[in-house]
Every structure is written in structure tokens, then in C-alpha cells.
Design a protein around this ligand. Structure first.
Ligand code: UT7
Length: 306
């Protein structure tokens, strides 16, 4: 759905959306597609890329705020569709930070010896919780899914290791009413629609994302120039430019796909990561910093060597 398409639904223009957000188009799931089906497709692609089969997986984490049902977890549905009958499967609900939270949980499960091989999936159908009469929010979001495999392996305990090198997650529930859905099973008994105080979220996003990027880079004993690629949550071009400026990160090292995907919440980092691997930018052995901020507020960063 392009900005021109959306301007037929609400009072907006391509010019406004591009100037304020950088978004030019977003994908909307077809009627027969759901968070579950998108997640399964992404999982199959990730397994094929890793040269693995579902039999290798003992942990399935789906980061989503738009599950097919209130319960069971979409992760168990994905497990069923992939024919996995062992290990554990559950959803993570940290809105746009969900993928970073999911990676952090998988890393801890693997470091603790609980799992050997995890599928971490970000999958969303935000088009189904948008208020299509609210131009301030409906132009921003899109549907999509992305997945990665995280596997246990022996390393030297240094930044030269491949895999996840550092995870940093945070939340501050005092801001839980700044970006939320006005429905739920225990309150309205309906799904509800997304509501956001855009400016407030924007302000905190720049501050929190810059702080957690700084934390991840410092903790690893690195400088921003040591990072090959920054793969941020794709919410708004101006947020990415603002954080880059704060930290002195060269813009050409930031992977941006929001122009074609919009904000796909928990799916945005793996979608951007995938695009940059496929077009040859991110190469095996390179250092990648992923970061996100979302409703809650939640935010976090994961440093990994691809
Ligand atoms: O993924 C989780 C995190 N989410 C985010 O990071 C989103 C953070 N927030 C943002 O990206 C920005 O705040 C927005 C893109 C949502 C809004 O940009 P803004 O520059 O903060 O605009 P605003 O909300 O202050 O609105 C400015 C004007 C208003 O008109 P008035 O009151 O100045 O006359 C809005 O009514 O723009 C108007 N407006 C629109 N005009 C055309 C709001 N939405 C639209 C629209 N088309 N779609």
C-alpha cells in the first residue's frame, strides 16, 4: 500500500508522510494471511538459510503484539505448523522492542544450557489493530515477519566470536499510556485499536535508543566506528537520523527499510536485517548492532557478529 493508496482512505499526502517519517509504502497482509502464517514463512526461510530443519529447533520465540488469538501463543501454532513437538515455545510481548527482547531471552536460554537452537521470529499484522480513520497512526504501520536462528557454539569469550555478544533491555512502565491499544480481553473484551502520543514517543525514542546504543557499545569496549552495521527498529527516519547524530554514527552504516515496509513493530529489525544480507551489505563476520524502542516503554539493543 503506497502513500498514494493511503491518501484515498484518510486526509493525508505522500509529501507529509515522506517528510515526517520517510515511509513511502507498507505491506498489508492478505485476508488469508495472519501473524501465524507470516511467522511460519519467515521461520522456513531462516531455517533454509541456516541449513537446518525444524528437527534442530528446541526453542521457538515469537515476538508479536498482534497474535492470531489471545491464546495459545502464536509460537505454539508456529511449532505445530513446522512439526516441532519438543522444547519450548512462547510469545514475547514488548511491542516494537519485541525482537530485541526475544533475542535476549534466546541468548540467555542458550547461555544457561536450557536450549541449543532457537528460532526467534518477529511477526505482526498491525493493519488489523489500526484505526483506519486516524491519519496520525494508520499511515505509519505495516505488516510483515522476519526470523533468525540462534545456535549454541563454543567461542573464546571475546568480541571476535560469532553470534550474540551483548544484550541490553529496559522498560519504564510509567509511560505505558503513551503508546497502547485501547482494548483487551480483561477490559473491553475486544481487540481495540492502536493509540499513540506521537510527539512524546518520538522524544523518548531518540533519548532511549541513543542511550542503549551507547550502553551496548561501551559495555563491549567498542566505539561507534567499530560497528559495521546498525539495524534499528524502523519507526521514523527522523528518529534514526537523530540518534545517529547524537552518537556520531555515519548514516551510510544504518540499514533503513522503513521507506518500503513502514513500521512493522517486532518484525522490523529482522526484515531490515534480511534485506541487508540479501543485497550483500551485511556480510558474515561483521558486527551488527540492533536497537529498538516501543510501547511500555520498552527498549533495548543487541550486539551480534553475523
Ligand atoms: O514504533 C514505536 C515507536 N513509534 C514511534 O517511534 C513513532 C514516534 N512518533 C513519530 O514518528 C511522529 O511523532 C509522527 C510521525 C507520528 C508525527 O509527526 P510529528 O512531526 O510529531 O507530527 P504531529 O503529530 O505533531 O502533527 C503535526 C501536524 C498536526 O497538525 P496541526 O495540529 O499542526 O495542524 C497533525 O494533525 O500534522 C498533522 N498530521 C497529519 N497531516 C497529514 C498528523 N498526521 C498526519 C497525516 N497527514 N498522516
Amino acid at each position: 500500500m503506497t502513500n498514494a493508496d493511503i491518501s484515498k482512505i484518510v486526509d493525508t499526502t505522500d509529501e507529509w508522510i515522506v517528510e515526517r517519517t520517510g515511509i513511502r509504502a507498507r505491506h498489508i497482509a492478505a485476508e488469508d494471511e495472519t501473524t501465524r502464517t507470516l511467522a511460519v514463512q519467515a521461520a522456513r526461510n531462516a531455517l533454509a538459510h541456516a541449513g537446518l530443519t525444524p528437527a534442530d529447533i528446541d526453542l521457538v520465540i515469537v515476538a508479536t503484539s498482534t497474535p492470531d488469538s489471545t491464546f495459545p501463543a502464536t509460537a505454539t501454532q508456529v511449532q505445530a505448523d513446522l512439526g516441532i513437538a519438543r522444547g519450548a515455545a512462547f510469545d514475547v510481548q514488548a511491542v516494537c522492542s519485541g525482537f530485541v527482547y526475544g533475542l535476549t531471552i534466546a541468548d540467555n536460554f542458550i547461555r544457561g544450557g536450557q536450549s541449543q537452537c532457537a528460532l526467534v521470529i518477529g511477526s505482526e499484522t498491525f493493519s488489523r489493530i489500526l484505526d483506519w480513520n486516524d491519519r496520525a497512526t494508520c499511515v505509519l504501520f505495516g505488516d510483515g515477519a522476519g526470523a533468525v536462528v540462534v545456535r549454541a557454539g563454543k567461542g573464546g569469550g571475546t568480541n571476535a566470536d560469532r553470534g550474540i555478544l551483548g544484550c541490553h533491555i529496559h522498560s519504564d512502565g510509567r509511560y505505558c499510556d503513551k503508546l497502547y491499544v485501547d482494548g483487551g480481553p480483561s477490559t473491553t473484551k475486544t481487540v481495540g485499536h492502536l493509540r499513540m502520543e506521537g510527539r512524546e514517543v518520538f522524544k523518548h525514542a531518540v533519548i532511549n535508543i541513543a542511550a542503549v546504543m551507547d550502553e551496548a557499545i561501551n559495555k563491549a569496549g567498542l566505539t561507534p566506528m567499530d560497528i559495521d552495521w546498525f539495524v534499528p527498529h524502523q519507526a521514523n527516519r527522523r528518529i534514526l537520523e537523530g540518534t545517529a547524530k547524537k552518537l556520531g554514527v555515519p548514516e551510510e552504516r544504518i540499514v533503513m527499510t522503513l521507506d518500503r515496509h513502514g513500521n512493522t513493530s517486532a518484525a522490523s529489525i529482522p526484515l531490515a536485517f534480511d534485506a541487508a544480507v540479501k543485497d550483500g551489505r551485511i556480510k558474515q563476520g561483521q558486527l551488527v548492532l540492533m536497537e529498538a524502542m516501543g510501547g511500555g516503554f520498552t527498549w533495548g539493543a543487541v550486539l551480534a557478529r553475523f
